[in-house]
Design a binder for this molecule. Structure first.
Ligand SMILES: Nc1ncnc2c1ncn2[C@@H]1O[C@H](COP(=O)(O)OP(=O)(O)O)[C@@H](O)[C@H]1O
Ligand SMILES: [Mg+2]
Length: 438
């Protein structure tokens, strides 16, 4: 077993102005977890130093003599793929951001950044890089099952997310999970995880009386194993297993606090839980809440597919548009996001093709079904169970089919050709303008 020594975050600074380099170095020296491993004055030197020092994070200026920060970013992304690049630019250079993000930068800061901004950005991209590295080279424990007997599964996470509350995020997550269980249950293990740690209602929608919840894993977070996970899962009559939210909001606290002093309390713990779940299950569906906190970000990062749930209303569309921009800044590939339009048949005055042109093509249209909705929310009977044969159940069946086909493609390593593109921010604004009638 390798002992996990407390790794300092290795940072490389690239800026042509000596004073800026010194100021950054000074700011970073206040954080004992951060180590500045080098400082370069040109793009070329930055690339060389990155290869030499293998930093976790590179702080990159845009305007540099010789190759500029964007070109240097491209080189570093190629040659030191584990390095996470944060672009530093002065106000007004934000037009470069799209290019910088396209070149593979992880985040950006406006100069001069405050100490807090700088540290928290460095920590955040460092965490993303760590998660990425774990995906590229899973630790030995992830490859072998308990006792090293059988190879562990490497399941897929599907996150269901809606920036706007009340649009049916949990409804989609629950019904998708039950339908996937139905579809794949013979050969695959399916689970649902309630990522809304404080006010989760997956349990209510599945009519489960939980005796244990995700919070019970907090004390053992660093040595989770299959038995501990099994002990906190709640079985659903469909065969689905649910990892439910705690019975009251305060009980989530131990999962959210950072008790190691290494930063990233909620994110670190959720990542550990997810890793264990993906060792035990082929497919994990995660419900989330609409706030991109550390826990949600971890779920979104680790997901192979993010279903964005929306209803045909302007605020919901606007929020998803903003989320798409954030996804771009986080470096998510386009085909990681998929749009699900709920209440798709409601006459709201906005046509579905208008929404799709403003955002992206959708993979499912879920109709409104008042009776099924009420049964689901009040009696905990998923609409797909209650109303098999109803249009809403058929829509979920189609969604589950599409999702499982996507997952199969991932398993067979087939590269799906991305034919369609996201609408650009510009197209989106125009479309939204047209919908408003302006
Ligand atoms: N397609 C639908 N038809 C009828 N009712 C729905 C539909 N989708 C969601 N609902 C109902 O809307 C309410 C909010 O849904 P929920 O999934 O909790 O939203 P969110 O998780 O986005 O806050 C619930 O009462 C749910 O039963
Ligand atoms: Mg919800």
């Amino acid at each position: 077993m390798d002992v996990e020594i407390h790794d300092r975050i290795r940072v490389l600074i690239v800026d042509d102005v000596a004073e800026t380099r010194e100021n950054l170095r000074k700011l970073l020296s206040f954080d004992p977890d951060i180590e500045v491993v080098g400082a370069a004055a040109t793009g070329e030197e930055g690339v060389e130093l990155a290869k030499e020092t293998q930093p976790h994070v590179v702080l990159m200026d845009i305007n540099l003599p010789g190759i500029d920060g964007i070109t240097a970013t491209e080189h570093i992304v190629r040659e030191v793929p584990t390095a996470q690049i944060v672009i530093l630019s002065v106000q007004g250079e934000t037009g470069y951001m799209r290019r910088a993000m396209a070149a593979g930068a992880r985040d950006f800061l406006v100069k001069p950044p405050s100490g807090d901004e700088l540290m928290s950005t460095i920590r955040r991209v460092y965490e993303i890089g760590k998660a990425q590295a774990a995906r590229i080279a899973p630790p030995p424990s992830a490859v072998m099952g308990p006792g090293g007997r059988e190879p562990a599964r490497q399941g897929h996470l599907v996150a269901v997310f809606a920036p706007k509350g009340g649009v049916g995020c949990t409804t989609v997550a629950v019904n998708l999970a039950v339908t996937l269980q139905d579809r794949l249950g013979g050969s695959r293990k399916v689970a649902i995880l309630d990522g809304n740690l404080q006010f989760g209602d997956v349990g209510v929608m599945l009519n489960l009386q939980p005796s244990r919840s995700v919070a019970d894993l907090a004390p053992q977070i660093d040595d989770l194993d299959a038995d501990m996970l099994t002990a906190v899962l709640t079985p659903h009559p469909s065969g689905l297993k649910a990892l439910l939210a705690p019975p009251h909001p305060e009980a989530a606290e131990p999962l959210l606090v950072d008790d190691t002093g290494t930063g990233g309390g909620g994110g670190r713990k959720m990542r550990a839980i997810l890793r264990q779940m993906l060792r035990e299950f082929d497919v994990v569906v995660a419900d989330t809440w609409g706030w991109v906190d550390e826990v949600t970000l971890t779920l979104l990062d680790e997901a192979v597919l993010i279903l964005l749930v929306i209803t045909p209303h302007i605020p919901a569309i606007k929020d998803v548009r903003q989320f798409m921009d954030l996804a771009g800044r986080l470096g998510y590939p386009m085909d990681k996001l998929a749009l699900v339009i709920n209440h798709a048949d409601r006459p709201t005055g906005i046509r579905l093709d208008q929404i799709e042109r403003a955002l992206m093509p959708s993979i499912a249209h879920i109709p409104y079904d008042e009776r099924a909705g009420a049964m689901s929310a009040n009696r905990g009977i998923p609409v797909v169970t209650e109303g098999a044969g109803r249009p809403i159940a058929q829509a979920f069946a189609r969604l589950a089919k599409t999702v499982s086909e996507r997952l199969e493609e991932l398993e067979s390593g087939e590269e799906e050709e991305v034919v369609e593109e996201w609408a650009s921010a510009e197209t989106s604004r125009r479309m939204l303008g047209r919908i408003f009638g302006s």
